[in-house]
Every structure is written in structure tokens, then in C-alpha cells.
Ligand binder design. Structure first.
Ligand code: SER
Length: 878
């Protein structure tokens, strides 16, 4: 049975039993901040289990792409060493949402395994939770599994939890006995790993867990407490690749048909064959990791230095590092992507759709890591050597930290490399260094002026925000006012969020005091107006104030915010749908937008983008914000910042047909108010992330005027009209070049006289005439031209040595005539090297002419004097 057939069989079995077929969710759980990656089929149903949302169906079946790396379920370090662990794997699952429960789940699992997939019943073992009599009874009553093959275990093995918090419950696992031949001894598997209920049923060599049936009943809270859920649910997960291993009768997941093409391709690229106990680990690491990378990048994650991006970066580096064990040091992972897509593209059509992006991201990460790795390995070798010299076999925390901080070595990579040298890493020391670094960066943030006075406000009622509709409110009451941080019952002030900066303005008291608001931020439900503590010291809770936003500034902010949405839409239209927002700043004087894209945006593209945004401004399209629920917004195709966690009710901003984005910011009524849009800068800020900066309205106009002023000023300085400026500048440059050439000719002419003098004063060195001297000349080109002339004018066997200095740096040209080369075995390059030694330098060149540079111009005279001696020495050695 192939992988495709197994997926089909599983889905059909449960579809026949009333289950709706649901597509796999993204492997990056954008709307669940408690998870780095989708780690189980049930993740997408979390809210249904918790009773927070419902679906149109009560039974579901699917195959789900999962990654277990980082977080609660983390298999990263096992991958490679284990034949049955992967970071990326597929999970086949069936679910009941408050519908059927243990009986059907158990009966159907047995039926599917033994009848549909034809697994021999005598190979199956079952485990249940310590207290779950009901499950044990159901197994006995409804299936053919003998009583002595139903084992009970504790929480560790038979109570499944999604993460630190969330839905959970007792589970029942089905294990498959691969048989004694696998471990080479005839042992009763019931006793392998302890059958008495006091140990886990595990011997990966012989018994493999293939299917987990979870009976979801509780919600684990942040405080660790279990709260019973309103309904009981079923959540099952079958390890797809493990099941294939069994069905295909192979020894490891990596030998099944879903892995075969990748493993073969690695073999083709590698200089090492697959060998058990040797290269097998590297093959498996590479094959697994490229799958995890490709799926995660397809779903929008990118390698970075934080959170899930950092896990991806570690996965990539681990794969690249293991690739070196296979002789693969140039980027190679990205080459595996087409093979992967060929195998998996039919089941996951999103993969082929993003092939280019995946290849580009992986390749550029590999390139940047390659550079780091080479340097880091050198440092690592030094560290090992140093440790050896000191007689220790532990790498110090600070050494591991330096590798991490300077060369981006994940510490597990250092551990791995240390292990290969029979060494360990002082992890406590490493963690201490990391802690110090975190402290340093927190301090740096505070001193950089980030608002930090938000603690302990104890505000219970949310501040009412009125700033979408008005810029002034006359009857706001003070809730708290401490240390310049003022919270009111209501306010038109926008608190910094979603890239849009906070408003500034004034609070006016009834007695006529006017207090400047310098910034606005949010802390939980409270909007905080930051004022100078002294000027706000008379404000007391209960006082009524009038609040006024600085309207002109806010208008500029709104221009930039609406323009940011247009820019986002136009970037996607122009560069492609891989463009995703990575960050933004919307300030009164500028906007900045960071997005994913893999090469610099060309000047032509920038022009096209700027023009298109301006066209949308001229069309004066209405901007319509509205509220809806998150699901509806997603259905309508609204763009969201995937790193944000959204509430169920969301605000969406529509700009005609052009843009639809989830956004809580403040916007113009229509695009025409932007006035004018100018892109002013494009740059790269990280691998695969570009940044553009732009101006709008008055800012854009001022920038145009400034450029105009520059042009006018330059024209005046060059005595030209602005429209003739380009031609004029070209003419002038050509003229300067001509004059420079002329000066060189004149200098060469005057140098000829020197040359005559030098030839006249040539010294005999064992039958070779040596003409040496110092000349004045404007540049190196002229000096070389003089060398040519000198060589032409020398006759017979002769050597010329010319010195000059440019900005205190001595330079020397040595020429040797043909007669001295063929007749006497002299070589200008070799002479130059020795002559230059006098001026503190070195050089080289051809037999007839060579150049050398030095450091010490004060020794030129000495070098001139020594030149004949050097020639004599060379004649002796020749
Ligand atoms: N959630 C359970 C698991 O991941 C069953 O799907 O094992």
C-alpha cells in the first residue's frame, strides 16, 4: 500500500461513517499564540473542544501536516538517530465533537486496523489510562484484543495534552509489535519495558505506537488546574509514516515510499553512500528537515532569530551541518525541494504553488549559514585545541555563547560537534551568558526611551476609544493620574498599536490648565496618556477634562496609514503574492513597511509601484472600515498580520477593490487625501525581508521641492539650465578626463629629462647597467608609463628602478631589458620583491616589469642606493 493509498483508505473509512472530510490546517498556527507549530490534527479544532466555537459538522476526518520541534512536543534532537521520529510528519485523524465517544472510537479503530488494513490482530497491544475501566472494558467487549494485552499506565503515557494549556484527556494507545526478529531476541513484548504498569510500554526497536485515541474531557488552565469541558469529544491521531513502515514491511519511516525519492536524491547529491551506523543519521536528518522547512515556509513562516523562525533556522542549520557529514558543503537543501514537491504536491497543492519562494528562502539561508559555519568551525577548532591544552573536555559556557552570538551556532549544534570530539558543553554557563544578554537588551530598550511606566495601574474598566470619529472630547473623567500617566473614562487619543504611533495633543482642565500629551500607549484595557509628570501633578481621579488630539499631526499619520495599505496591496500586485507584511511604522512624517521578498526591488519596479500608488490616490477611492467576525473577515480574504492574535470581532478596512486588511488604525475618508506619494528608500533588513520607506502629503511635496532645489543649485553651480544638466555634467566629466590625460603627458615629458639623467648615472653591476632613482609624478599610472619609457630607452643588459611616493606611500617600478632577462637570468618580479624590502613592503610581477608598494617612504634614498647591490646578488644567484 502506498502513502497515497493509505491516506485515501483512512479518509474513506471514516467518511463512510458520517465524518466530514476537512482539509489539513496550516502547519503554522497563525491564530494560536500558544503554539509554535501545528503539532497534532486536533489543533485546528481547539476552540470547538473548548466550547468556544462550533462547526457545521460533529464528525470530522483528515490528514494533517504537523511539526514537532520546539514547544511541548519536541522531537528535534531524536530525528536522525531514531528510525521512527520526524520533526515533520503527517497525522491521520478522526474526531467527534460532543457526538460519539469511546465505544465507537475503539470499535472503529480496531475494525480499520484489522479488517481494512489487515494488520494481524496478534501483533496489536493496547494501553489505557490508569483509571479508565470503561476503556478497558470496551476493548475487551468490542474487539479481539486479549485481556493480557491491555495495559494500564499513568499520566505520562496515557493522558494527552496539547500544550502547557488547552484541551486534554485520558487516552488509549494502540501499539504494533514488529516481532522478535527486529530485536534479535525472543522476548515477550508485554514485558519489554515493563508490563506491570509501572513503566512505559516502549521498546522502539520492537514496539511502535501507531494510533492514539484521546478522550478529550478537560481544559488545562494557565494555573495548571483541570476544568471539565461542557461536552466530551474524541480526538485520534495515527502516525502516517509509522503505519506505512508496517504496511510496507520496511525497517524505518525513511524507507517508505513517501521518503524514498528524497533519500535517493540525497544519495545522488552526496559523496557518501547510505550506510547503517554511519551516514544513515545524516541522510535521515536531511530528508526530514527539508520537509519541515518546505512545509513551514509554504505556510508563511520564515527563518529568523525569534520564536518559530528561530526553530526553523535551527532545523535548517542542523540539516546543513549534517550535510557536511555527507560531503555537502555548498548549498544543497534547496535542490531537494522539487523532489519533495513531486512526492507530496498532489496531497498538498499549496507546495507546488510556493516552490520558488521555498527554494529561494532555503538557498539564501544556506548561503548565509555556510559563511558563518566556516568561520565558526575555525573558532570551534581553536576552542577545542585550547581546551585540550588546558586538559579539560568541557566547552565553557562563554565559549559556546561566543559561537552562538557571533556565528549564530545554535547551542545544540555546538553540543553535537562537541559530542563528536567526546566533549561536553557547560550548559549552565551558556544559559547564564544568555541571561546576561537578555538583561543588556532590556536595559538598552529602556534607555532608548521606550515608555515603561505602565505598571500597576489597576484599571478595571476599558477606556472608551472615540478617536475613529472625533478628535476632541469635552467630558472625559480622570480615572487615574500617576507619574504623568493619565487614564480617562474615554478619549479620542489613539494608543500606539499595529505600527501606528500614539497620538499627541492636550488635556484641558476646568480651571483652564493645559497639559501636553506627549505620547499615548495601551496597557491591557487602559489607554494611557503620557504627560510630563510635573504638569500633570494636579490631575486627580474624578476631575473632568477636555481632550484634544493634535489634529494636523493625526491627519498626517492617517495619510501614511492609508498609504501603507495601498502600498501593501500594490507590492503584492507588482512583486507577487509571496509579499507578506513583516512590520510597519506609521508616523506623521513617514511610513516604513517591511515585507518578505527575496531580492532587492529594482529601480524600475520601485517606479512602477510609486506610480501605481499615486494612480490609486488620484482615483480618490473611499476608505470603508467595518466590523465583522474573524471567520467572515478571513472568508472575504482580508489580509492579516499573522503574528497578531485577533479577537473574534475584528475591524476591517476596505479600500475599494484594491485592499482589505484587518486593522485597528485610523484612516482617511478617501485615498485622494493622501495628496502625493513618494518612495524614498529601499533596503534589505534580513535574509528575505526588504524595507521601503515613503512620504505622503506635505512630506512628499517638501521632498519634491528639496530635489528641485538641488537640481536648481547644481545647475547654477555648473552654469547650466536644469534641463541641460545631464549633458552638461557629462561634458564636464569628459573634459576633466581629457585634462588629466594632458597633465599626465606633460609630466611624462618632464620625467623624460629625469630618465635621461638616470640613464646617464647608471651604475655597473657585474656587467648589467642599473639605472635607479626617485621621480616626482602625479599618480601610479604615470609612474608605470615612465617605467615603460625607461625600459625602451635602456639598451643591452640593463635594469631600471623607479621610486615615487603618493600620499606618503612609497611605490617602486622595476624594469628589466630583454638582454638582462635572457642573457643574465634576471627577473623584474623577483628584484622588485627584494628592493621593496627596503621600503618596508613587497610586490611582484612579470620578468620584464614589476611593481611593489611599501610603507616607509623615508627609506627611498637608501633603496635607490642599494638597488645595484640587489641586482649583483641576483646575478650571483641566477
Ligand atoms: N492529539 C493526539 C495526538 O497527537 C491524538 O490526535 O497524539
Amino acid at each position: 500500500m502506498t502513502g497515497a493509498e493509505l491516506r485515501k483508505s483512512f479518509i474513506e473509512f471514516f467518511a463512510d461513517r458520517g465524518h466530514s472530510i476537512v482539509p489539513s490546517a496550516s502547519v503554522v498556527p497563525w491564530d494560536d499564540p500558544t503554539l509554535l507549530f501545528t503539532n497534532a490534527g486536533m489543533n485546528q479544532f481547539k476552540d470547538v473542544f473548548l466550547g468556544k466555537s462550533t462547526r457545521e459538522y460533529v464528525r470530522a476526518v483528515d490528514f494533517q501536516k504537523c511539526i514537532r520541534a520546539g514547544g511541548k512536543h519536541n522531537d528535534l534532537e531524536d530525528v536522525g538517530r531514531s528510525p521512527i521520529h520526524q520533526t515533520f510528519f503527517e497525522m491521520l485523524g478522526n474526531w467527534s465533537f460532543g457526538d460519539y465517544y469511546k465505544e465507537e472510537a475503539i470499535t472503529w479503530a480496531w475494525e480499520l486496523l484489522t479488517e481494512r488494513l489487515k494488520l494481524p490482530a496478534e501483533r496489536l497491544w493496547v494501553t489505557v489510562f490508569r483509571e479508565d475501566d470503561e476503556a478497558e472494558l470496551l476493548w475487551q467487549r468490542h474487539t479481539g484484543v486479549p485481556a493480557d494485552r491491555i495495559l494500564r499506565f499513568d499520566e505520562k503515557d496515557n493522558f494527552w495534552e496539547m500544550g502547557e494549556t488547552g484541551p486534554c484527556g485520558p487516552n488509549s494507545e494502540i501499539h504494533y509489535d514488529l516481532g522478535p526478529e527486529r530485536i534479535g531476541r525472543n522476548e515477550d513484548p508485554g514485558h519489554v519495558g515493563g508490563a506491570n504498569g509501572d513503566q512505559a510500554l516502549e521498546d522502539p526497536a520492537r514496539l511502535v505506537e501507531i494510533w492514539n485515541l484521546v478522550f478529550i474531557q478537560y481544559d488545562r488552565g494557565a494555573d495548571g488546574a483541570l476544568t471539565p469541558l461542557p461536552s466530551r469529544h474524541v480526538d485520534t491521531g495515527m502516525g502516517f509514516e509509522r503505519m506505512l513502515t508496517i504496511l510496507q514491511g520496511v525497517d524505518s519511516n525513511y524507507e517508505t515510499d513517501v521518503f524514498r525519492p528524497l533519500m535517493d536524491h540525497i544519495g545522488e547529491l552526496s559523496q557518501h553512500a547510505y550506510a547503517e551506523g554511519n551516514t544513515d543519521v545524516a541522510y535521515r536528518v536531511v530528508a526530514d528537515h527539508i520537509r519541515a522547512l518546505a512545509f513551514a515556509i509554504t505556510d508563511g513562516a520564515l527563518p529568523s532569530n525569534e520564536g518559530r523562525g528561530y526553530v526553523l533556522r535551527r532545523i535548517l542549520r542542523r540539516a546543513a551541518r549534517f550535510g557536511r557529514n555527507l560531503g555537502l558543503s555548498d548549498p544543497f537543501l534547496y535542490r531537494l525541494v522539487p523532489t519533495l514537491i513531486e512526492e507530496m504536491g498532489a496531497a498538498y497543492p499549496e507546495l507546488p504553488a510556493t516552490q520558488d519562494k521555498v527554494e529561494q528562502v532555503v538557498k539564501s539561508e544556506e548561503e548565509s549559514f555556510g559563511r558563518t559555519l566556516d568561520h565558526g568551525i575555525e573558532l570551534f577548532e581553536d576552542i577545542v585545541e585550547q581546551a585540550g591544552a588546558e586538559g579539560r573536555n568541557e566547552i565553557r559556557g562563554e565559549e559556546a555563547f561566543k559561537l552562538y552570538d557571533t556565528y549564530g551556532f545554535p547551542v545544540d549544534l555546538t553540543q553535537l560537534m562537541a559530542e563528536e570530539k567526546d566533549m561536553t558543553v557547560d550548559m549552565a554557563g551558556f544559559e547564564a551568558e544568555m541571561g546576561q544578554q537578555r538583561e543588556r537588551s532590556t536595559k538598552a530598550r529602556v534607555t532608548a526611551g521606550m515608555p515603561s511606566v505602565t505598571a500597576d495601574l489597576k484599571v478595571e474598566n476599558p477606556t472608551r476609544f472615540l478617536g475613529y470619529d472625533t478628535l476632541a472630547v469635552e467630558d472625559a473623567d480622570v480615572v487615574t493620574a500617576e507619574g504623568g500617566s493619565v487614564v480617562l473614562t474615554k478619549t479620542p487619543f489613539y494608543a500606539e498599536s499595529g505600527g501606528q504611533v500614539g497620538d499627541t495633543g492636550w488635556l484641558e482642565t476646568e480651571s483652564g490648565d493645559r497639559i501636553a500629551v506627549l505620547d499615548t500607549t495601551r496597557d491591557g484595557v487602559a489607554i494611557i496618556h503620557h504627560c510630563d509628570p510635573e504638569s500633570a501633578s494636579d490631575l486627580k481621579p474624578g476631575m473632568t477634562v477636555t481632550v484634544r488630539v493634535d489634529g494636523a499631526r493625526r491627519q498626517s499619520i492617517m495619510r501614511n496609514h492609508t498609504a501603507t495599505h495601498l502600498l501593501h496591496a500594490v507590492l503584492r500586485e507588482t512583486l507577487g503574492a509571496h509579499v507578506e507584511q513583516r512590520g510597519s511604522v506609521v508616523a506623521p512624517d513617514r511610513l516604513r513597511f517591511d515585507f518578505s521578498h527575496f531580492s532587492a526591488v529594482t529601480p524600475e519596479e520601485l517606479n512602477a509601484i510609486e506610480r501605481r500608488v499615486n494612480e490609486l490616490v488620484w482615483e480618490n477611492i473611499g476608505v470603508e472600515p467595518f466590523e465583522t467576525d474573524l471567520e467572515d473577515a478571513k472568508r472575504q480574504g482580508a489580509m492579516a498580520l499573522f503574528t497578531e492574535k485577533y479577537e473574534d470581532r475584528v475591524r476591517v478596512v476596505r479600500i475599494g477593490e484594491m485592499s482589505l486588511e484587518l486593522c485597528g488604525g485610523t484612516h482617511l475618508g478617501a485615498t485622494g487625501e493622501i495628496g502625493l506619494f513618494r518612495l524614498v528608500r529601499e533596503s534589505g533588513i534580513a535574509a528575505g525581508v526588504r524595507r521601503v520607506e515613503a512620504l505622503t502629503g506635505a512630506g512628499a511635496y517638501e521632498a519634491v521641492k528639496r530635489d528641485e532645489g538641488l537640481v536648481a543649485g547644481t545647475a547654477e553651480a555648473l552654469k547650466s539650465e536644469p534641463e541641460d544638466l545631464v549633458k552638461r555634467a557629462g561634458d564636464l566629466t569628459a573634459r576633466v578626463r581629457e585634462l588629466e590625460r594632458h597633465i599626465r603627458e606633460l609630466s611624462t615629458d618632464s620625467a623624460r629629462n629625469w630618465i635621461d639623467d638616470m640613464i646617464g648615472g647608471a651604475v655597473d653591476a657585474d656587467g648589467v647597467a642599473v639605472a635607479a632613482g626617485r621621480v616626482d609624478c602625479p599618480d601610479i599610472d604615470t609612474l608605470r608609463a615612465m617605467g615603460d619609457t625607461l625600459r625602451e630607452r635602456l639598451s643591452g643588459a640593463a635594469v631600471g628602478v623607479l621610486f615615487a611616493s603618493f600620499e606618503e606611500r612609497p611605490v617602486c617600478i622595476v624594469v628589466v631589458t630583454d638582454g638582462a632577462i635572457s642573457g643574465r637570468g634576471l627577473h623584474a618580479g623577483k628584484l622588485a620583491r627584494d628592493v621593496a624590502a627596503f621600503i618596508g613592503g613587497g610586490g611582484g610581477g612579470k620578468a620584464h616589469m614589476a611593481q611593489a608598494g611599501g610603507k616607509d617612504a623615508s627609506r627611498i634614498d637608501e633603496a635607490v642606493e642599494q638597488a645595484p647591490g640587489v641586482v649583483e646578488q641576483h646575478l650571483r644567484d641566477a
